[in-house]
Design a protein around this ligand. Structure first.
Ligand SMILES: CC(=O)SCCNC(=O)CCNC(=O)[C@H](O)C(C)(C)COP(=O)(O)OP(=O)(O)OC[C@H]1O[C@@H](n2cnc3c(N)ncnc32)[C@H](O)[C@@H]1OP(=O)(O)O
Length: 462
């Protein structure tokens, strides 16, 4: 069968989503993830080249109403090309035929525009032209940006074919000329590659963009390309301080895993310290980003003298005797003055410092195998407190026989004492899910220890 070929934004009869009609054939549809492929390209020669592999977005199904499926097409393939220099996009849509079945025909143009908005162009020719007509888009957009860092930071390693001297981190207030326009072209990348993200409010002047740019020497003028960026909110804290909250960070897929995310984060940390904000927090960090952030923070903390005595003292207590044999396990949290010092000097907030603290203790235990059982007790205690709340200790179990007409031997109820009250008091909770809870706790502890070991291994290797 001859292939029908249509571009996303081509004028003409784009089929509309129709209402279900009686006796229409059943249509199982196709998942958006299965039929859409996304390619990031930086030259027109790369468009359609077999050497360019597609990139993996978070979940394309999310952009299609209901069940994430596209209906009404046979043999549907959608290749989306994104120009990583100008941030324009073009969708090449092919299908064999359409059938107006029980689910109607999905309006592809509207669906793609929900992702790519005004960055999507109508024709392939128009898209190919953007490589020359919009070659200087990034350079023009960032011309008023404040240069925060040129080249690499001492000690950080960029493992890529990018000359460190070509790198620059610039900052733009969202209200400054061009910043809003630049961000609006970055939004499709945010939606596609940052899980669960929403575009920031470009009318709120407290947002700042931190842009990691590569300046490649080219024929006439250098070619500016976005390697990654972060959106950071700066807000007031009573009475006279500001706080920073990192809300979005993205390194473009072809640059990921080469040290750029860490580099950008290090520059953000440096700015938080230089501007003496109250602290720097991260909004819902992904697991990978949290790992990178912790690796960086551990290195900063290891280089920080004021907390060394606190770590030494925690390690001394932990190595003194078998904790698992003790009735009450000490909390092993850092002293308040260490929490304050770390926030003031490094801008690491308390929650993040507590995570790092566990790793610092792990790194200081030598040999770790000897103390692993006690260390696991400490982490179990922390996880239990995290889940159940600060004031609740390990619940004391009580098993009480209950009168029954069924088998007397097999009938009992497990009670959890509330704040030390006795089980024969009426104020008790029936803890039917106890075995489940203990199992879940064990899994969470294993997970936390796995994360701790992963960071410790990375940091030690460095
Ligand atoms: C608030 C939020 O936005 S959360 C969402 C975060 N964004 C996303 O998930 C979008 C998609 N992903 C990305 O954009 C990127 O992958 C990012 C931003 C998460 C990370 O950037 P990247 O450039 O890929 O990370 P980078 O190359 O710097 O770090 C990679 C590795 O170096 C390690 N590393 C980084 N810094 C250090 C350090 N100081 N010491 C030791 N190891 C380090 C990391 O552990 C990581 O290890 P791995 O090889 O096992 O993965």
């Amino acid at each position: 069968m001859a292939q029908k070929h249509q571009s996303a934004a081509a004028p003409g009869p784009e089929p509309k989503k129709r209402r279900r009609v009686g006796f229409s054939p059943a249509d199982t549809g196709v998942e958006a993830n299965e039929c859409i492929k996304i390619y990031l390209v930086s030259s027109k020669e790369e468009v359609g080249s077999p050497d360019v592999s597609c990139v993996t977005p978070v979940d394309l199904n999310d952009f299609f109403d209901g069940d994430g499926k596209i209906y009404g097409y046979q043999g549907l393939k959608i290749n989306v090309w994104i120009n990583s220099i100008s941030l324009h996009s073009y969708a090449d849509i092919t299908y064999q035929s359409t059938t107006n079945g029980d689910k109607g025909i999905t309006d592809l143009k509207t669906a793609l525009q929900n992702i790519f908005a005004e960055t999507i162009v109508d024709s392939k020719d128009e898209f190919l032209q953007t490589f020359s007509t919009e070659r200087d888009f990034i350079r023009n957009m960032v011309s008023n940006g404040e240069v925060l860092q040129s080249g690499v930071i001492d000690g950080s390693s960029i493992n890529a074919q990018v000359a460190p001297s070509d790198l620059q981190v610039l900052r733009m207030e969202i209200g400054s000329p061009n910043a809003g326009l630049l961000y609006s072209r970055l939004v499709p990348l945010v939606l596609l590659f940052v899980d669960g993200s929403n575009p920031i409010d470009v009318t709120d002047p407290d947002w700042h963009l931190y842009l990691l740019i590569q300046k490649k020497e080219d024929k006439e003028e250098p070619l500016y390309q976005i390697v990654g960026f972060s959106a950071i909110y700066k807000f007031y804290r009573y009475p006279d301080r500001l706080r920073m909250r990192l809300s979005q960070i993205l390194v473009l897929p072809s640059f990921q895993g080469k040290g750029f995310g860490s580099y950008l984060m290090e520059v953000v940390n440096k700015m938080a310290v230089a501007e003496n904000v109250y602290d720097l927090t991260v909004e819902e960090p992904s697991e990978k980003f949290q790992h990178i952030r912790t690796c960086i923070d551990i290195n900063r903390l290891l280089a920080s003298d004021p907390i060394k005595p606190a770590i030494d003292s925690a390690v001394e207590t932990l190595t003194k005797g078998k904790l698992s044999k003790k009735a009450q396990i000490p909390r092993f949290t850092p002293p308040l003055d260490a929490i304050e010092k770390v926030r003031e000097a490094l801008k690491i907030n308390k929650k993040q410092f507590l995570k790092c603290w566990e790793i610092l203790i792990y790194l200081a235990l030598d040999p770790i195998d000897k103390y692993m059982e006690d260390y696991t007790c400490v982490i179990t205690n922390h996880v239990r407190i995290d889940i159940l709340g600060k004031d609740i200790e390990a619940p004391k179990k009580q098993v009480v026989d209950v009168p029954t007409t069924f088998e007397a031997e097999a009938s009992f109820v497990v009670f959890k004492c509330v704040n030390g009250e006795e089980a024969n008091n009426n104020n008790v909770q029936v803890d039917e899910n106890k075995p489940d809870q203990e199992q879940q706790l064990k899994q969470l502890v294993e997970e936390r220890i796995r994360e701790i070991k992963l960071v410790a291994e990375k940091v030690s290797r460095k």
